[in-house]
Design a protein around this ligand. Structure first.
Ligand SMILES: Cc1cc2nc3c(=O)[nH]c(=O)nc-3n(C[C@H](O)[C@H](O)[C@H](O)COP(=O)(O)OP(=O)(O)OC[C@H]3O[C@@H](n4cnc5c(N)ncnc54)[C@H](O)[C@@H]3O)c2cc1C
Ligand code: SF4
Ligand code: SF4
Ligand code: SF4
Length: 386
């Protein structure tokens, strides 16, 4: 026997109140239920059908991602559109069958369901590496190759980059690079905060007007704020055109902390040739060997600010670069603004960069990492450790 979809009563097969919608016949106990169906339920059915297959997520995921960690705001959006959900003991609770239509997950204000929500605005994404044999870099050397192109062509007066201190090995020192040799010295990643803004201010004060600025999202945000804030150094920033080149970033560590950690493993910082964070591990290359440690061993040295950071992909940059997603020796590139897109593609066209469109599975790697960063603020473990 059919069930009235509105009042859930069992109704006779030959009830005069019935309608067909989307290839399915619906039966009602009364005109009132039929009218309600016409006005409301059709739109819910339409909405459920319009959600693409990969977004059809069951209630279990809403429970796991949002309700269990305590992120739910009790807005009631999920229970308002699905009769299978009710609010019980101050929690959305499943009380009937879940068809995994995905509506509750997709409309919950606390879930992140779009690529843009995870990694920011994107014009195009690429897997790339330097096409110049002298540029090696941290991943594909694309940042350095793109900067080299911009300097060679006279498109920028200088680049704000970060190099290693001569006195204290692996201590990041921001610098104004005006030659390709200086750029080569600055390639590679250092996993401590670099005070890049001081170098940028100094460059502007020296009268440099066209500047490429490299840094992780917190640095890029500092530039963006200066460019917009009526209370900052707007008078200085008005004078310069700045292309913002963001670095993906999950963490940095206090310099003294990295030093203490490395020395506790009987390695001297000055003997380390390169450092890399990859797949939850910290890798140190010395001339003799590769040492690999689980990243959580450095937890106590993580910069406190990074626990509160939710922007992995430097979303307000003109173009962003990271290692996640692509194979070793390649850089993942997200071109965002027209400026970032044009500059990058000119460097490709002029033979500085070997570039390919990013494949879906490569993008997924970046999206997963970005998601980890977005939800880390919600993680109870992290909060308890603060
Ligand atoms: C602190 C930090 C954390 C990172 N975490 C991740 C991560 O979790 N996942 C991921 O996919 N990618 C991460 N990256 C980005 C990655 O390490 C590479 O920088 C990126 O893939 C570009 O590689 P490349 O070979 O094209 O760059 P390269 O050509 O090697 O150029 C790297 C540029 O980064 C600059 N730089 C180096 N260290 C710093 C610093 N501390 N502050 C500001 N600028 C710096 C250099 O001056 C240089 O201009 C991180 C980078 C940094 C600096
Ligand atoms: S049937 Fe209800 S509980 Fe299940 S996914 Fe759809 S909206 Fe969520
Ligand atoms: S829609 Fe999300 S935030 Fe709102 S009550 Fe449901 S789970 Fe909570
Ligand atoms: S995790 Fe965030 S706050 Fe920390 S260095 Fe990276 S971008 Fe800056």
């Amino acid at each position: 026997m059919p069930i009235d979809p509105i009042c859930k009563k069992i109704v006779p097969e030959d009830t005069p109140c019935n309608t067909e919608y989307g290839g399915k016949k619906y039966h009602f106990c009364s005109d009132w239920c039929q009218v309600k169906f016409e006005h409301l339920e059709k739109s819910v059915i339409r909405m459920k059908r319009s959600i693409p297959a990969k977004e059809r997520i069951a209630f279990g995921k809403l429970r796991k991602d949002i309700i269990k960690p305590g992120i739910c705001t009790l807005c009631g959006a999920c229970s308002a559109t699905c009769d299978s959900i009710t609010i019980k003991n101050d929690q959305p609770t499943l009380i009937d069958k879940c068809t995994a239509c995905g509506v509750c997950y997709n409309q919950c204000p606390r879930t992140i369901t779009t690529e843009e929500g995870l990694v920011g605005k994107m014009r195009n994404a690429y897997r790339a590496r330097s096409a110049l044999p002298n540029i090696k870099g941290q991943d594909g050397g694309v940042v350095t190759a793109m900067l080299s192109y911009a300097l060679d062509e006279g498109l920028i007066d200088c680049a704000i980059v970060t190099t290693r201190s001569e006195e204290e090995p692996w201590k990041p020192v921001p610098m104004i690079a005006r030659t390709c040799d200086e750029l080569l010295d600055s390639s590679g990643s250092m996993y401590s905060h670099s005070m890049t803004m001081s170098a940028l201010m100094s460059a502007i004060k020296q009268g440099l007007r066209s500047i490429a600025f490299v840094g992780p999202s917190c640095n890029i945000d500092a530039v963006t704020k200066m460019q917009k804030s009526p209370y900052g150094f707007l008078n200085l920033f008005m004078r310069a055109n700045i292309v913002k080149m963001g670095l993906f970033c999950m963490d940095t560590f206090y310099y003294e902390g990295i030093k203490e950690f490395v020395e506790s493993k009987n390695i001297r910082l000055e003997d380390i040739e390169s450092m890399k964070i990859r797949k939850g591990q910290f890798e140190f290359h010395t001339p003799e060997e590769l040492k690999v440690y689980p990243l959580h061993e450095l937890d106590m040295y993580r910069s406190s600010s990074c626990k509160f950071c939710t922007d992995m992909a430097a979303e307000s940059a003109d173009i962003s670069f990271g290692g996640v997603g692509t194979p070793q020796g390649w850089t993942t590139v997200i071109a965002r603004s027209g400026l970032g897109y044009e500059l990058y593609n000119e460097a490709v066209d002029n033979g500085y960069i070997d570039s390919h469109l990013l494949e879906e599975k490569e993008m997924k790697g970046a999206l997963n990492l970005a998601k980890m960063k977005k939800i880390q603020m919600y993680s109870l473990n992290r909060r308890q450790n603060i």
